[in-house]
Design a protein around this ligand. Sequence first.
Ligand SMILES: [Zn+2]
Length: 281
Amino acid sequence: MQGAGISVLTHAELQDWVSQALREVGAEAVSGEGSLDAVRAVHSEIFVRAVSKRREALLAAAVAEAALARGRAVFYTGGTIMAGFHAPRMGHAFNAAAYIARRAGAAVVSIDLHFPRGTWELHLEHAFPLLVVYGGVDGPSFGHLVRRGHAVVPLPLPPGAGDESLVRVLAPAIDAAGEPLVVQLGFDIHRDDPTGYLFASELFFYELGRLLSGRAFFISVECPSTPSVFKRSIAALLAGLRGSEPPRVEPHKEGRKVVEEVRRVAGRARKLLERLRRRER
Ligand SMILES: [Zn+2]
């Protein structure tokens, strides 16, 4: 049944506000430690040594294993996108999203204001398909990514891009990426994010939920933005996944220049998506 059986997961020992907010929407608390072998399956020995004394890596591994076992899971491990091949960064002590992608033979779709440096390094190492929506002014260029990557689809967005642009680039991307799908989802793309310049509203998170609702997915919670943005947006995402009512918010009206630039981005991605789709068959 569509919308049925969605797991929201966090670790019992995570006490930050993101975990608390997830508990408020019914998150299950995973307990105990995962294994260092999970960390070793995607990261280098240098990385494993760097995190071997850090409990958060093993807690993240436990959440990743639980998500894999459940399927159709929204999970939080403290963030994954900056955990690279050799270096844990910004407290991201294990790239649970890349680990699940490898185990499940899935593509990764990253949606975040930031370019996911860690996941990119792991893409270069392990060659899982990577579709990446990011703030174009701060990230690497389309050309650089296509020259270096394996099956990579860069979707850099201009400042001011909102709900319509995000859905325009993501609907064909999700379609081409096949199943199951691992999504790294940042909430700093929201228009109320204090440092961001992308203008997603709760409607985008709802639409994303709708796009994923008939599929096998794993959604990793990344940059959470502010408590207010996060709570409204995660509720909208879950409503979309479950097929309940859309949030009542005023959509952002995009400027003509933004719409034109996003059309160009979608156009450049078309061939890459076609290639990915053929690979999926
Ligand atoms: Zn971010």
